[in-house]
Design a protein around this ligand. Structure first.
Ligand SMILES: [Zn+2]
Length: 316
């Protein structure tokens, strides 16, 4: 590939992602040695879509807890189920069976919910999708959330923590954005700031994804230590919930972190994204050479997953 082509791709990536790094949420991993995959050891299941295998498991495994792979290509050993209801949380949309995670994630989320419960008007947190019992790709929705290290947390302040299963299927979170995500709306409160800040300050957290207007608001409002803002990454969507992502737990060698966010608080990048929403940059003149359309992304098959995921899938 020529340098010019590389530069073009890089620039396009930045336009698309508004400086967020085109693959921020999918968790493109650091340039370490690729993990060995299941490959031929998958036998007759090698070419079966991994989401059909992991998406139908209803229990975790009794293995030592471990995250294997990367955020958008991995699995979870020894997954723990977040209790459907606790003193300061409720898990939502129970029918999806995605209230599972690495024990570190369960601990992080429950502690954050205790903090949230101290905020005015908040009884705790409504917890959205985490991972499937054994992680892995899902039949619907997310590309990431595969290692039990990602959690979606609703922006709706919980007033009741005694919602029935049925209510938890039917109520919706609320959107925090206006002007297509350039700004927060009137539902945004200082408590949202405080809760997201507390999440970012947890040393286990690698990134938090939230819409650009919320990041800019937090940048504008923060008067104290700003270092945590680095972890807060503007991203598409994420105005009904914010997304917490833990780094690989210490000592887990089968888990691949993504590159750390760029140095600094990231506020200028977020403001640039905001400006681009308000005033979309003019489309570039068509290039002389037609560019080849991107191939649609291939579905992950079992053989693609990290080698350890075979035992995770096969365990009783
Ligand atoms: Zn998410």
């Amino acid at each position: 590939m020529t340098i010019r082509k590389l530069v073009t791709i890089a620039v396009l990536g930045m336009l698309v992602a508004g400086c967020g790094g085109a693959r921020d949420i999918s968790g493109a991993k650091a340039k370490k040695a690729e993990l060995p995959t299941i490959g031929e050891l998958a036998g007759p299941l090698a070419n079966v879509q991994a989401k059909k295998l992991f998406g139908t498991k209803s229990s975790g495994t009794r293995q030592t807890p471990a995250a294997f792979g990367s955020y958008a290509k991995g699995c979870l050993a020894g997954g723990q189920q977040l209790a459907e209801s606790g003193p300061t949380w409720q898990a939502m949309r129970l029918s999806r069976g995605r209230n599972w995670g690495h024990p570190e994630l369960i601990d992080m989320v429950t502690k954050l919910s205790q903090f949230a419960a101290q905020q005015p008007g908040w009884n705790g947190l409504y917890i959205g999708d985490m991972s499937q019992p054994r992680g892995g790709p899902m039949l619907t929705g997310h590309r990431s959330h595969q290692m039990g290290l990602d959690a979606d947390i609703w922006m709706l302040p919980p007033t009741s923590l005694s919602l029935t299963r049925k209510q938890r299927e039917n109520i919706s979170s609320i959107s925090m954005r206006r002007a297509k995500g350039a700004y927060v709306n009137d539902s945004w409160t200082r408590s949202h700031h405080n809760i997201i800040k507390a999440a970012a300050k947890d040393p286990r957290v690698a990134r938090i994804f939230v819409f650009p207007g919320a990041k800019v608001q937090m940048c504008d409002d923060e008067r104290g230590d700003r270092s945590y803002l680095r972890k807060i990454r503007p991203w598409y969507g994420h105005h009904y919930h914010f997304h917490v992502r833990l780094a690989c737990p210490k000592g887990e060698r089968g888990c691949r972190d993504q590159n750390p966010p760029p140095a600094g608080d990231g506020c200028d990048d977020a403001r640039q994204w905001q400006a681009n929403i308000l005033n979309p940059p003019k489309a570039k003149p068509t290039p002389k050479k037609p560019t080849t359309p991107r191939k649609p992304r291939r579905e992950l098959v079992l053989a693609d997953l990290p080698a350890q995921c075979k035992a995770v899938l096969d365990a009783n």
